[in-house]
Design a protein around this ligand. Sequence first.
Ligand code: HEC
Ligand code: HEC
Length: 510
Amino acid sequence: MLSVLAIIHRCSIASGFLFSAAVFGLVCGCTKPQDPVFVESQRAKKLVPEIRQAIKTELANKFGTVPNPDCPSWFPIERGGIEGKIRSVKERTEDGRIVRLKIRYSGEAPEVVAGDVVEILLDPETILEAELEAAEDGRISAAYPYKVKVAEFNKISGVITLAEPLCELAEKGSPCVVKPNETLRTGRELYKHYCQKCHAATGDGNGPQAHMLKPKPRDLRLGVVKYTTTKANCKASSEDLRILLKGGIPGTAMPAFQILGNHEIDALVQYTKYLSMRGEIERGLCIESEIDFSQAALDEQLAEAESEQERKAIKKQFQKEVDEFLKIDFPEIAYDISADVAEKWAQADDPDCQFEVPGSRPEGTAPSKAEPSISSLANGKILYLSTSTQCASCHGLTGKGDGDQVSKVQKRPDGSDYDEPGLHDIWGNVVVPRDLTYGVFHGASNPDEETSHAVYRAIATGVKGTPMPAYGAKGLTQDQIWDLVNYVFYLAGEYKDVDPESLDVEPKSE
Ligand code: HEC
Ligand code: HEC
């Protein structure tokens, strides 16, 4: 299977649309019928067929298929597998490529069976270079195939016979991995069982149960997680995803998977990242391609043609540009986007990305540290109603989530009006500011953490992908944020003994 993907990849360069479609057919034919396939995004469907196919091929090459997930070794995904180095070469083809070999494993030697995969670990720059060089003179890249199936394994000698020769770049000493993607495969099985009905096989959030739910299951393909413990500009950390899956999202349909063991949760975390990165790369490739190669762009050009001859010339020119784009720019763009996505996910696990909630929640009725002449609650109220924070414009004067902005028609990033009034998130869905009077906080999935910390984080770092701003970056101090946290709990009914009028006080300036 994996070597088939490598073949498909070559086709993208040789523009073998029909051939790779046929290979896809074969691949699908030999898997269980109930296995779904990855679906193309709406955005990709607007591109001309050659570009759509190139994106599909790129994704299949990097990420495999639903039943056979795959990902580049350099992605920050723990995909599984046993690492080692080629220890000795037992047989080569006439042109010197390895077909029989022994591996020195860095850990315990694995049980290998026919059909397992051996992958040579090539760094991404080497692959890109070899690809571009090959595209230039119409050859098959020297970097393919770097993943090959095992035909036979001799248990006594440990010699592996491969089903086809490895790429030219494999040699004695090359780092390699046997059975890559085992964790991803486990993740896939668990995902199918526990997540697919809501998030769908592709992670687009359109599972069969999705239409009944509000908020809708997340479309994972944007790679944005709302409730994290990371800074506003960072992605979710692996630990965030673990806590999310264990604790669910309070107040939504996203369940807490407490029945799953740590090993299973970990596999699901990797699979969630896998679907996210796959989606982000598809999106990135669409954004880069759609300016010039959307079907609409071609149709617009054709509409201006005054004769059949002119139409033909336009088509020919367009085709030439498509071919050049696919041969020269596309591999580099795909590399840049992948490297960028991979780096951002890797960074999220870096301690630098972690947002530490400073200190702990002060007493609400005690003097505010930010405005010592009044209580923390009173100062929280002033801040909540102030024109600089605008909390009330979204959450409403009493925190019911019914501020003015909820009934206004808002603008899309491109300047056009949304169809429905109300705030929208980056997924294009209407998002209602939290009704703070319920006291249920979606970011509070960690049972080992004070709820006040989740509220602090929401105010300081915002809720990612939504209009809820990150006030830490807007200049609110830590003490001010704690006062707001207290006021949020006041709105949720926590300070029943406090006389509401006692909060309507002005700070005495020194
Ligand atoms: C019953 C439906 C349902 C099932 C089953 C389900 N989810 Fe969700 N999931 C949701 C909903 C709804 C949301 C969005 C909640 C929101 O917007 O606050 C969500 C959100 C998420 C998010 C985004 C969290 C964030 O902070 O933005 C991730 C990641 C996720 N789910 C992964 C999974 C995984 C992995 C599984 C399986 C182990 C799973 N979900 C199972 C409904 C579901
Ligand atoms: C532009 C509109 C807007 C403004 C201004 C705004 N919020 Fe929000 N807020 C939202 C939205 C939308 C959500 C829900 C996001 C989601 O979870 O999907 C939210 C969520 C929240 C949450 C819930 C977090 C959780 O974990 O459930 C809290 C608490 C909150 N806001 C407090 C505040 C405070 C305090 C202020 C002012 C300092 C404020 N908000 C200003 C729109 C806004």
